[in-house]
Structures are given as C-alpha cells and as structure tokens.
Design a protein around this ligand. Sequence first.
Ligand code: ADP
Ligand code: ZN
Length: 214
Amino acid sequence: MNIILLGPPGAGKEHSGGADREERKMVQLSTGAMLRAAVAAGTEIGKKADAIMKSGGLVSDDIVIGIINDRIDEPDCQGGFILDGFPRTLPQAAALDKLLQQKGKKLDKVVEIKVDDAALVDRISGRFSCAKCGAGYHDRHKPTKTPGVCDNCGATEFTRRADDNAETVKSRLMAYYRETAPLIGYYFAKEKLQSVDGMAPIDEVTSQINAALG
Ligand code: ADP
Ligand code: ZN
C-alpha cells in the first residue's frame, strides 16, 4: 500500500505515521528529514536547500521530485511507502502521478491530518527531539520525565530544528496554505482523500490513520 500523509507543519505527520507501519512493511519517506540530512552532510542539494528551509520557504519542485523518484526505487519501498511532506505543491502531485505510473505503482490513499492553526504555532515552537534515538518531546506538552534525560534511551543530548521558531513557523504556514492546501481538493476529486482529527491525542491519531488505511 502506498499512501500520502497530508497536513500543515506541526500536524504530527512525522510521529503519527502509524504503529502498524512495520507489520505492514511500509517505510516512511519524509522529504523534510531527507533534506535536513542533506544539509547536515553538506551535499550539493543540502547547500541549495539550507537557506530556503531556514526561511520557511519551499525547496524547488525539481529537487524534491528527484529525491523521491530515486528513493522509491530502493528495495525497502517495494512493500509500500508513506510519503510525509511530499507532495507539497500541485506540480509535485502531478509529477508523482506520472512517476508512479511509469514505475507501475499506484497511490492507494491520502490521509489528511486536520489541526487548528493556533495549535500549530504552539506545537511547533517548543518541540525538540532526542539526538540519539529521535524520540519527540515538547517543552510544555510533553517534557521528559527527568529534565534533560531522554525517557526512551537515557541520552542527555537533544536537538531542535533550525526552522522551529515562532517567526519561521508563520512563513511555513503561509507556504502550506498557498501551495499545499490545494492538494486536499486535488485528492478529494480523485477519491483518494480521508481525513483524520489531528487534535486528538497522538495514539488516537495513529489509530485513526490505521483505521483509514483499512
Ligand atoms: P513540516 O511539515 O513540519 O514543515 P518538513 O520536515 O516536512 O516539516 O519540512 C521542512 C522543510 O523542508 C520545509 O519547510 C521545506 O523548506 C522543505 N521541504 C520538505 N519537503 C518539501 C517538499 N516536498 N517540497 C518543497 N520543500 C520541502
Ligand atoms: Zn533518546
């Protein structure tokens, strides 16, 4: 099964991808995570993406389409994939349709995670994750049980995304409404869209996503 998780920044696309993912043998492909890795590694793509991401804008369609085109040919994607953060523009959606067709694959569903705007800004400014295991936390909503120590692995180093600050969040939201929100109509018209309530607790969101996948 191949699906897309659609939703604004801070909706929880990364952390609610579905507990059944492993059983379903699906891999989650996050263009944001791939771009952050490229920035950290200092690759050509990373150099192009760095300033754009820090400003909260969108990286060019060509770059992200190229990344996804290569990535879904890898063996681990053959059991199915969850696209998280891609497509983000109508041209990316059209390119995805075309490349899936060329590869003889199909898109099964698009799951939209709906969240109130006010909650998004609050969620994003405050989130951080464990540098070692990647567990996600939030200053106000989900602090570590012992300050400065990861609940999951005991590590004491944490990271915050460079673009997770109140100022950049607004640009990211604007980019979402201008470029990405039209995809909701695009996939509704294709009868692929299912919506889940992203305001519910994370486990509940996960189970709603699983239910939507059937
Ligand atoms: P979020 O959904 O929380 O904004 P992501 O990790 O999905 O976070 O994306 C972070 C940044 O990476 C975006 O603000 C954008 O600059 C860039 N990016 C990720 N995916 C895409 C994409 N499909 N098209 C263009 N830019 C992208
Ligand atoms: Zn950890």
